[in-house]
Design a protein around this ligand. Sequence first.
Ligand SMILES: [Zn+2]
Length: 146
Amino acid sequence: MTAPTDSAPTAPAKPTRLAPIVTLDAKFFWDAADQGQFVGERCAECRQFRFPPRPMCPNCHSVKRETVQLSGRGTVYTWIQPRHPTPFGFKEPPIVATVELEEGYRLVSNLYDIALEEVKPGLPVEVFFAPTAGNHQVPVFRPVKK
Ligand SMILES: [Zn+2]
């Protein structure tokens, strides 16, 4: 029997971010995110995006829907860094932002690779994926590199 050494490989730390809560209407979104794909739901009749995903189009009442690949680009609309209570699953409180997507609707996510003081309205951002518990991942954003 050999004793472990300092050079023994160590497993990467397990993600502490909670896994997403998957609803039936949003399952396509989370399944795609697990594959590193950023997708949205659009009405198959009038082509208006539905967010959050839902069974019927609020514009034309069609129940036909389609999943489309999104660009993953957008701009920061508004943001906050919650301090109290300490967000569960994070070492440091994340920057929570509303991102206005190129496709014309907004979603709430987190900003990475930027200090809170550097965030500005209209900041161009791009999607990438953060790992969660349970081997899932969620779309989050970082500033577009110039
Ligand atoms: Zn419609």
